[in-house]
Design a protein around this ligand. Structure first.
Ligand code: ZN
Length: 507
């Protein structure tokens, strides 16, 4: 059944007769029965469709929220999948996970009987600044992307274009259940561009990691005071939804790169870098990172395809992470998605979606592409050896881990997010049951990976705050995002010769 909400209210949430057209009285009564006596006796408030439209009233700050009777896919190895289970959110945190939890006074109870509740997705590599150019490069290779975006169009972006794109990308993430996104922000030429990127990340109440980066040909910006200034002014506290790291690539392994790596280490900042890109960066970079003490658990290697076994061994020894972007690697040609190599050498994996130039922030797609690439290669190799596989090595549960707790570990945030564990922040995604594909759930992890999609993302919480409910964004301004990004696109189109624009999509 769909997420049924009881219209009876202890206080302030309206009456059953005001339930609105989407929920019939019979459904409400069924919902009331499903709630059980505990919640109602405790003076709980239940969410109504009308109240959902004015979400902040029902899901008021400080009011506990109780998800009642869900199939909770915790991604916590000690808990696993819990059927017919309640999750209580209080303040910013997951306070309790269990059966028939009592609802504290004033709790908003959401009947989630049979629906899937999981931790929010974590996307560990997204170039958010490119959101206005969505879909332009659907048919590109990596070389076409590089020659068009990096070498030409990237320099056209003003600070307000960076802001508009980041704002839209944050809204998209929240809407799609991606509660944390690492913004590999390599469109930043000036401190004003960097401020605009950060302003937008803070303007939308999702969780983000600002990956300070630049398209500048050298890495002087890392150690010339710009990064220090940003850290001091905007990231003095780590107790905020947006945190900071560095994100830069090393095409020339020079003293400039050494200095940038040293400054990263001196500041104690994590680093993400594109690694293992066929024809761009390869094994030399892995050795360079290791020689400079930068192949560590605070380093994320994006793609990490096309590398030798020796490099994978070094990565594993150093404890670095791989951000695997299977749709990107398969379409653009950085190299084959290295999930098999990562497993062989014991390297932890997270997933990412790279850029909306081709794809969107769809982590369901990321999980499917990863499984398909891994299994497809394994079957092909078996057939070439005249054999058939009797079972698939990579499981749905594995890629769901990569997309949730794996991402949290990659960003060093697993103490706070990545699983439904009491004491962690309430970054949650509830998948609704209205689509035919969600009508029966036999295999929760497999269902999330292969049956569900972004359209099923019914409710999203970040840091205990409801940002989407019943499929509608709450306190997140999609109209503003649209307006800004359309204006930005208009400006960029005015600067790009029409022929160049047409050619870009026709190539
Ligand atoms: Zn990338």
């Amino acid at each position: 059944m769909t997420m049924t909400e009881n219209a009876h209210a202890g206080s302030g949430a309206g009456s059953a007769d005001r339930g609105g057209p989407r929920t019939g009285r019979r459904q409400m009564l069924a919902g009331a029965a499903a709630l059980g006596a505990t919640a109602l006796a405790a003076g709980a408030v239940t969410a109504t469709p009308a109240a959902a439209a004015s979400g902040p009233r029902t899901f008021a700050a400080g009011r506990p929220i109780l998800f009642r009777g869900a199939t909770v896919v915790t991604m916590d190895p000690r808990r696993g999948v819990l059927h017919d289970t309640d999750v209580l959110v209080h303040g910013t945190d997951i306070q309790a996970v269990g059966k028939h939890l009592p609802a504290p006074h004033g709790t908003t109870v959401v009947d989630t009987a049979g629906a899937l509740l999981l931790p929010g997705f974590v996307n560990t590599h997204q170039h958010m600044w490119q959101a206005a150019l969505r879909g332009v490069g659907a048919d590109w290779t990596l070389a076409q992307y590089y020659n068009t975006i990096i070498m030409k169009w990237g320099s056209l972006f003003r600070p307000q274009d960076i802001y508009a794109a980041n704002y839209m990308a944050m809204v998209e993430s929240v809407n799609d259940g991606v509660t944390t996104t690492m913004d590999f922000s390599h469109g930043l030429f000036t401190p004003e561009h960097a401020d605009a990127a950060v302003d937008a990340l803070f303007a939308v109440p999702g969780r983000a990691r600002f990956g300070y980066s630049s398209l500048a040909p050298d890495l002087g910006w890392v150690y010339d005071g710009r990064v220090d200034r940003m850290l001091k002014e905007r990231f003095a506290s780590s107790d905020q939804l947006v945190t900071m790291q560095l994100a830069f690539d090393m095409y020339a392994l020079t003293d400039d790169a050494r200095r940038a790596l040293k400054h990263t280490r001196d500041l104690g900042l994590p680093l993400s870098t594109h690694a293992g890109l066929y024809g761009f960066v390869g094994d030399d970079n892995i050795r360079f990172l290791q020689d400079n003490g930068a192949l560590s658990p605070t380093t994320t290697l994006v793609h990490a395809a096309t590398l030798s076994d020796d490099s994978y061994r070094r990565i594993a020894d150093g404890g670095a992470y791989i951000s695997l972007s299977a749709e990107s690697e398969l379409n653009a040609g950085q190299g084959y998605p290295p999930s098999g190599k990562a497993r062989e050498f014991g390297i932890p994996i997270s997933l990412s979606q790279d850029t909306v130039i081709w794809w969107s922030a769809d982590m369901f797609s990321a999980m499917r592409a990863t499984l398909s690439a891994d299994r497809g290669l394994a079957h092909l190799q078996a057939h070439q050896a005249g054999k058939s596989l009797s079972s698939n090595a990579l499981r749905a549960q594995d890629v769901l881990e990569y997309a949730t707790i794996g991402g949290a570990r990659t960003l060093g945030l697993d103490r706070l997010i990545g699983s439904i564990t009491p004491g962690k922040r309430a970054d949650l995604v509830l998948l609704g049951r209205s689509s035919p594909a969600m009508s029966v759930v036999n295999n929760p992890a497999g269902h999330i990976v292969f049956q569900a999609g972004r359209g099923d993302v019914d409710t999203v919480l970040v840091n205990g705050r409801v940002l989407k409910h019943r499929g509608t964004l709450v306190g997140v301004d999609l109209q503003r995002a649209r307006h800004q990004v359309q204006q930005s696109l208009e400006y960029l189109r005015s600067k790009i010769p029409a022929k160049e624009w047409q050619q870009a999509m026709g190539e």
